[in-house]
Write a protein of this length. Structure first.
Length: 216
């Protein structure tokens, strides 16, 4: 395995894990903020913003994330900007997450029975108060499983950031493989590390789902 020992490989891969988690976290937070803003606009101003938001969602859901990363990284350069791989990956993944989250959360809100809307309206609540006190608390319970699932998906999709030069877990694995010429072992460790990150998140999501189902 060249001059790299097994421990050297594992240690270097472990050192790249925080970067994968960092990119995943800021992409999910950015996507959540964007998704929430678009959700509110979509509900409160459907005629003004509904169609534009739908196009945005369809664009990001209907095209490969890999192409979106390329277009973000190289497209910004056309406007005289030279984004770092981290900035380009963060921007792209946040837009990607925002598209899926706004659609997921919109579906959760629309799944609330019509009677809940009518009951809250009969209490003289305006739309903002309806959403805050009646609709959103119920929609959160419905949205937990798909939201956690998307979070896990984002963690795995950060591996695509390697194509624009961002050094996270997958990119580190590529670099080490070029030195050790042992792709099976290196990528095997990479896969195990992704599993070690994603599996607890999935279990946490299932636990939350059971908790909310029990309360309901």
């Amino acid at each position: 395995m060249s001059s790299f020992t097994t421990w050297d490989v594992i240690r270097n891969l472990l050192l790249s894990v925080p970067w994968t988690l960092f990119l995943s976290a800021i992409a999910f937070v950015g996507g959540s903020v964007l998704g929430l803003v678009l959700l509110v606009l979509r509900i409160m101003k459907p005629h003004s913003f509904g169609r534009a938001i739908t196009w945005y969602v369809q664009l990001f859901q209907g095209t490969p994330l890999l192409m979106q990363l390329f277009l973000t990284y190289f497209g910004l350069a056309l406007f005289g900007l030279n984004p770092s791989p981290l900035l380009a990956a963060t921007l792209c993944l946040s837009l990607y997450a925002g598209a899926f989250l706004t659609e997921t959360w919109h579906g959760s809100v629309m799944s609330i029975p019509k009677g809940q809307w009518e009951a809250s309206s009969s209490l003289a609540l305006n739309l903002r108060e309806q959403l805050r006190y009646v609709i959103f608390p119920q929609a959160i319970k419905v949205s937990v499983p798909p939201t956690v699932g998307l979070g896990v998906q984002i963690i795995k999709n950060t591996s695509l950031a390697s194509v624009i030069g961002f050094v996270e877990l997958t990119r580190t694995g590529q670099i080490i493989t070029n030195v050790t010429y042992d792709p099976f072992f290196v990528y095997g460790v990479v896969a195990l590390l992704y599993f070690a990150i994603c599996f607890p998140c999935s279990m946490w999501g299932r636990a939350l789902e059971r908790k909310f189902s029990f309360k309901h």
